[in-house]
Design a protein around this ligand. Structure first.
Ligand SMILES: [Zn+2]
Length: 292
């Protein structure tokens, strides 16, 4: 008994490597400094990826797409981390990543987006050149890129060095994670709280990473149902837990502002996997802990 306690309190455990995690996608480069033979690149190396490599990836994307008929728009039918570790990329994700090392292209994208915002201002009968709107198209363009920055993030980078072996098999819950996302039907925000619970199966993840995973998927164009499911599936893939539950409550401005829904009304979605889905008692325990 004492030995067990001591063991559990002893030195900090080593995190699991990406290989051990077996997240699909390329494995990390082995002894990358030794040869100049072609090395597989992890997503975090994107800054250094050459144009040919990007084209190669694009071909793979196209081939995979045609073969599996899997949509490249964010979905949940394929593994969370694709080759190169991308997590449910969208069609333009690779371009956005590439522009990190091509600032002139990133600038051109912002210009194009700003122009579109200027058009919106004109279309609603505003004067884009009046003083108050000076710089608004550019500001909005930058804000929009920030609101959707989750496309450029991926699960592998987020969980790297944060998954540990632990003989804990009781429910772990993180409540009230703030979520800010954009409704893909109206491009206006929906905001709320996400609650994540899981029952480990010898793997636990740093608690702050749960919020990071929620953020990665919420900073994209979303519907609440898919966002909820993506977070649950991502955790399931990383931790191979006994069960996962994700519940989200949020208010959709597209409904609140248009008066379809009384302000203050919330939309609740949930995704339960494994033991959380199968065992009513476990699910009840999770839900009763949420109510506290
Ligand atoms: Zn909407």
């Amino acid at each position: 008994m004492r030995a067990a306690i001591r063991a559990s309190m002893s030195l900090r455990k080593e995190p699991l490597s990406l290989e051990e995690l077996q997240i699909s996608g390329t494995s990390p480069p082995e002894q990358a400094d030794e040869t100049d033979a072609p090395q597989e690149k992890s997503a975090r190396q994107y800054e250094e990826v050459a144009d040919e490599d990007i084209e190669d990836i694009e071909l793979k994307v196209a081939a995979r797409d045609a073969r599996d008929e899997a949509p490249l728009t964010p979905g949940t039918s394929t593994p969370t981390a694709d080759f190169e570790g991308l997590s449910w990329p969208s069609v333009g994700t690779l371009d956005r990543l590439r522009e990190r090392s091509h600032p002139e292209d990133a600038e051109a994208r912002l210009q194009k987006l700003s122009g579109a915002v200027r058009t919106i201002l004109e279309c609603i009968g505003e004067d884009p050149d009046r003083e108050g709107l000076h710089g608004t198209p550019e500001r909005y363009a930058k804000a929009m890129m920030f609101f959707t920055k989750g496309y450029e993030e991926n699960l592998r980078d987020i969980v790297n060095n944060a998954v540990f072996h632990e003989d804990h098999d009781e429910l772990v819950i993180v409540k009230d994670i703030d979520v800010y996302s954009l409704c893909e039907h109206h491009l206006v925000p929906f905001t709320g709280k996400m609650h994540i619970g899981y029952i480990p199966s010898r793997r636990v993840i740093g608690l702050s990473k749960l919020a990071r995973i929620a953020e990665m998927f919420s900073r994209r164009l979303q519907v609440q149902e898919r966002l909820t499911k993506q977070v649950a599936l991502a955790l399931s893939e990383v931790l191979k837990p006994q069960g996962v539950a994700v519940v989200m409550e949020s208010s959709h401005l597209c409904m609140v502002m248009r008066g379809v829904q009384k302000s203050g009304a919330t939309t609740t979605t949930s995704c339960m996997l494994g033991a959380m889905r199968k065992r009513a008692k476990t699910r009840e325990e999770f839900l009763s802990l949420l109510r506290r």
